[in-house]
Ligand binder design. Structure first.
Ligand code: NAP
Length: 261
């Protein structure tokens, strides 16, 4: 098992752990077990440096993660390291509430705004940020088609969807370069979608592998047990883990390496 893995057929080589950055930019309307302060710039920069030094090359953000995109843009300005960044379209978080717009027009505006915020000429990966109505989004809105056009125009490298249902995931596979799926010791339903991704060469990013911090109490070492589950599935490109705790970051990478040894 390799640390760097191909993300489906995108041509991208992603580290098998990625850093999720919800907690860099948003601490309201989230479902983590404990309240937290957003990390200051010094702490956030240090988490990025630590991630890179531990072998992580993939950062996951979204317009819906509060100030996460803008902060990453600022923190990475002038950074010559070859980070891969995944962001999203479709969900906005304003005045403490989520709002969804899956129209092609919004999708284009959102991608242009992400390019600006992140200070990039091209976004490596852009996913539709589903509100749970995966199949309706795929069938009715033309969001994936808009992303496909943006890819042809060179504004994005790869596109796909962060889904919330097995049916939605299965429907998305043939139209996407990559999917973001939920997979953890307590949530295995998306295995069916992971299998379909493997069959069709669609890349797989995983979210909520620690159930957003609600780690299972059924395992003596839930971190290692999680890594053994998620990183040994042949479909897994990268498990995106959200942390702002340097000790957790280090422990997660150590557990990942142990799980793959
Ligand atoms: P997660 O990665 O399953 O869990 C993160 C939580 O686990 C944090 O509260 C973190 O707290 C804690 N944690 C991390 N490592 C730990 C360790 N070794 N021991 C104990 N606790 C640990 O869930 P998530 O943040 O919801 O999801 C991960 C990423 O996926 C997000 O950041 C985001 O990028 C992406 N995501 C995408 C969607 C979507 O719809 N597209 C939805 C949710 C998430 P500390 O900060 O204290 O470490």
């Amino acid at each position: 098992m390799n640390w760097l893995r191909p993300l489906g057929q995108t041509g991208l080589q992603v580290s098998c752990l990625g850093l999720g950055t919800v907690k860099f930019g948003r601490n309201i309307g989230v479902k983590y077990p404990r309240d937290f302060q957003l990390p200051n710039d010094r702490t956030a920069r240090s988490l990025l440096d630590q991630s890179w030094d531990l072998g992580i090359n993939l950062l996951d953000t979204a317009p819906a993660y509060g100030s996460s995109e803008s902060r990453l843009g600022e923190l990475l300005r002038g950074d010559s390291r070859e980070w891969l960044i995944c962001t999203k379209v479709g969900e906005e978080f304003e005045n403490g509430e989520s709002r969804y717009d899956f129209s092609p027009e919004h999708c284009r505006r959102s991608v242009d705004r992400s390019l600006k915020r992140l200070g990039r000429e091209r976004l490596d990966i852009v996913l539709v940020h589903s509100n749970g109505e995966d199949t309706a989004i795929i069938e009715n809105y033309g969001t994936l088609q808009a992303l496909s056009e943006l890819k042809r125009e060179g504004k994005i490298g790869a596109f796909g969807m962060s889904t919330k249902s097995v049916a939605g995931g299965i429907a998305a596979v043939p139209q996407c370069d990559a999917l973001m799926l939920t997979y953890s010791l307590s949530h295995r339903e998306d295995e069916a979608v992971m299998d379909a991704c493997l069959d069709e060469g669609c890349g797989v990013l995983l979210k909520k592998v620690f159930a957003s911090g609600h780690l299972t109490e059924d395992e003596a070492d839930p971190v290692l047990a999680t890594m053994r589950l998620v990183l040994t599935h042949a479909a897994t490109g990268s498990a995106i883990i959200g942390t702002i705790n340097p000790a957790h970051l280090e422990a997660n990478v150590a557990a990942a390496r142990q799980a793959m040894a």
